[in-house]
Design a protein around this ligand. Structure first.
Ligand code: IPE
Ligand code: IPE
Ligand code: MG
Length: 247
């Protein structure tokens, strides 16, 4: 389908309020071309720019990009260092684009583990963009869903919540994603079929779109195809199909 036709089609139906993307396949993309893994990550950061731009143009309310997991610290130190350099470069380079497009930058994860060269520009743009309201771009950095749940449970204990006061709202108020719209679509690239510790609580009723495309090859068209796929789903939340169609 032509890109313009696809765009028109996607604009006709409701969009997911919040899209999460597990950006996978950078290493394989590079190795397929006889390049070093870091080159794949570098090309992956170009995809981040293209997809963010496209998401903003399409009018998505929120996107969350899984950029570095809590478990990714276990990769070879040279790859971790290279990824941190790329993150710093990305933040420095994208600052103007984020501000010009009214995007609010947010980050979730154990940010204290990030080196200062990443944390400092991240905090600066986060503060500077706090008043922006066109789209929320959340970077999941040093992020793990289990780690988020552990942090949430610690807050529940610190707040000395009585058992009868523990409900979904009390939990959500203590998750790192507090304040973000509900996650409605998760995309994973590179053909892997697993969650890899991404937004475990929030995934409960998200639709999942899987694609073989490697992250460095993923662009506006792929995002539109994922949104069109979402729009074809019948979201039942435990009800029957007949109940949903009547509502
Ligand atoms: C995703 O690409 C980027 C990160 C996890 C940081 P990978 O580096 O996981 O690429 P593959 O899975 O090895 O191809
Ligand atoms: C998930 O990808 C994490 C990110 C995309 C940042 P991984 O490549 O780390 O996941 P596994 O190890 O294949 O499950
Ligand atoms: Mg991977």
């Amino acid at each position: 389908m032509e890109l313009d036709q696809l765009k028109a089609q996607v604009h006709e139906r409701p969009l997911p309020r919040h899209v999460g993307i597990i950006m996978d396949g950078n290493g394989r993309w590079a190795l397929d071309r006889g390049l070093v893994r870091l080159e794949g990550h570098r090309r992956g950061s170009d995809s981040v720019r293209e997809v963010t731009r496209a998401a903003r143009r399409i009018g998505l309310e929120a996107i969350t990009l899984y950029a570095f997991s809590a478990q990714n610290w276990q990769r070879p130190p040279s790859e971790v260092e290279g990824l941190m350099d790329l993150l710093r470069d990305y933040l420095v380079r994208e600052r103007a684009e984020i501000m010009d497009n009214g995007i609010r930058l947010h980050a979730i994860g154990d940010l204290d583990r990030l080196p200062a060269r990443v944390r400092d520009p991240l905090e600066a743009i986060r503060a500077e963009s706090a008043g922006n309201s066109k789209m929320i771009l959340t970077l999941a950095l040093s992020y793990g869903g289990r780690e988020e749940i552990i942090a949430m449970v610690k807050k529940v204990a610190e707040d000395r919540l009585a058992p009868e006061d523990v409900d979904a709202a009390a939990i959500e108020a203590r998750l790192w994603t507090h304040g973000l719209p509900p996650l409605e679509l998760v995309v994973r690239t590179s053909g892997e079929v697993r969650v890899s510790n991404f937004l475990l609580w929030q995934l409960a009723y998200a639709e999942i779109h899987l694609t073989e495309t490697l992250w460095p090859d993923f662009g506006e068209r792929d995002l539109l195809l994922a949104l069109a796929d979402f729009q074809r789903r019948e979201r039942r939340f435990g009800h029957t199909s007949a109940q949903i169609r009547k509502a």
